[in-house]
Write a protein that binds this ligand. Structure first.
Ligand code: FEO
Length: 170
């Protein structure tokens, strides 16, 4: 059984992961509207991955005999100033999520909950990847140009992102 503090904090993180999924869906809708199918596809895949992040925590709470308590998901923004601004917002959001995960790992250590600290290590490694992948897109856009041909080439590249593999619960 989780401590009440950890149970509350992990339930809040489930909500953050589902908000992330919603945010990426909103970005996908924005990019679809601009006919950037590849960029929109990348965001759709990201939304699926965030859903899985939420479910992994959902399953973890169930496994620990704790109660999952779903909360209202905040509405994400609808518009960004440009496609590159959407990717920049994605990077900033992932940096925010990394802060949340680090705080959860700190709390798990403070509560002497080794199992929660262990699952947080998985999320910590995942956050390194998440930040790196969007940072890579932004760096390439800076190199190739974030409008016109550069954006067109990136759109083609992002079409190839594959669906995330299902995540097993810890
Ligand atoms: Fe699940 Fe991208 O944080």
């Amino acid at each position: 059984m989780l401590s009440p503090k950890l149970e509350t904090a992990l339930n809040k993180q489930i909500n953050e992961e589902y908000y992330s999924s919603y945010l990426y869906l909103a970005m996908a809708a924005y990019l679809e509207d601009m006919n950037l199918d590849g960029c929109a596809h990348w965001m759709r895949m990201q939304a699926l991955e965030e859903y899985q992040h939420g479910m992994k925590l959902f399953d973890y709470l169930v496994d620990r005999g704790s109660r999952v308590e779903l909360q209202a998901i905040q509405a994400p923004p609808k518009e960004w100033n440009s496609p590159v601004a959407a990717f920049q917002a994605s990077l900033e959001h992932e940096q925010y999520m990394t802060g949340n995960i680090n705080a959860l790992a700190d709390l798990a250590i403070a509560e002497k909950d080794h199992a929660t600290n262990n699952i947080m290590q998985w999320y910590i490694a995942e956050q390194v990847e998440e930040e790196a992948s969007v940072d890579n897109i932004l760096k390439k856009l800076a190199m190739m140009g974030d409008t016109g041909p550069g954006l067109f080439m990136m759109d083609r590249e992002l079409k190839s992102r594959v669906e995330p593999a299902p995540q097993a619960a810890e």
